[in-house]
Structures are given as structure tokens and as C-alpha cells.
Design a binder for this molecule. Structure first.
Ligand code: THU
Length: 137
């Protein structure tokens, strides 16, 4: 069920998508993170002539948020046309900050076409910081 807060997050992701630098794939993606305190931080994909360096919208949003001092996230919205779910690398990047983060993916042309998951459903049995041995042990 989408709340008014979810709708606002999807709208923010759609607006961020306008800034996508997708000159190679022409596949524009916008993302918007909602922090636990309700702040919205957006990102878009940023491609590069050395194709492998391209960064997805989700990771752009997370890197921006962390640089601003936020590490506690409630939901990430992803908007593309057609609807796209986060790639494997982005799933790892999202789950770093919590198994329970919600992921909303919507079609840019119709935000009511939306799917939602918890990140752990998209990346079951994940490698995360709990998998790392603690130093000194
Ligand atoms: N992309 C994203 O930004 N997020 C996704 O969830 C899927 C893929 C970008 C990466 C690349 O710039 C373009 O979409 C095509 O793969």
C-alpha cells in the first residue's frame, strides 16, 4: 500500500531522473532515499565513456546521503521506463544499510504501476557486515 510519503518519494525519484546522464544507454533512472528522519535524498544514473565506470541511480543516492551524514534509511524508490529493479551491485549497496529497507520500483510514465519489496527479498542470504569476522577474533 502506497502512503502519501511513498508517493512523494516516487515523485522525487521521477524528478531526479530528469538529470540522468545516460548518453550511452539512453536508459534514464532516478532514485530517492527516505532517511529515518524523513529527509529525501535523490540520485540519477551517471554514465561514462569508459562504460564500466557508470554509476546507477541507487548508488548515486546512497553515496550522496552518506556524504551528507545519513546512514539510516527507511525506503528507496527507483523510477525508470520501463520499470527497473536494482542491479545486483545496488542490492548489495542497499543491504549494507539494513535488511529491512523497502524498495519501491515504479514506471516513470505511470507511478501507480509500482512494486515493493524489502531488500532482503531481492537479495536473500546476502553477504553483509554480519558475515565478516570481527577484528581480533
Ligand atoms: N541503471 C540504474 O541506474 N539503476 C537500475 O536499477 C538499473 C540500471 C542504469 C545503469 C546504466 O546507466 C543504465 O541504467 C543502463 O543499464
Amino acid at each position: 500500500m502506497m502512503t502519501p510519503n511513498d508517493q512523494a518519494l516516487l515523485e522525487a525519484a521521477r524528478a531526479a531522473r530528469e538529470n540522468a546522464y545516460a548518453v550511452y544507454s539512453h536508459f534514464q533512472v532516478g532514485a530517492a532515499l527516505r532517511t529515518r528522519d524523513g529527509t529525501i535524498i535523490t540520485g540519477c544514473n551517471v554514465e561514462n565513456g569508459s562504460y564500466g565506470l557508470s554509476i546507477c541511480a541507487e548508488r548515486t543516492a546512497i553515496v550522496r546521503a552518506v556524504a551528507m551524514g545519513y546512514t539510516e534509511f527507511d525506503t528507496i524508490a527507483v523510477v525508470a521506463h520501463p520499470l527497473a529493479t536494482p542491479c545486483g551491485a545496488c542490492r548489495e549497496f542497499i543491504i549494507e544499510f539494513g535488511q529491512e529497507i523497502r524498495v519501491l520500483c515504479a514506471d516513470a510514465n505511470d507511478l501507480s504501476r509500482v512494486q515493493s519489496w524489502q531488500i532482503a527479498e531481492l537479495l536473500p542470504d546476502s553477504f553483509d557486515r554480519a558475515s565478516l569476522p570481527r577484528s581480533g577474533q
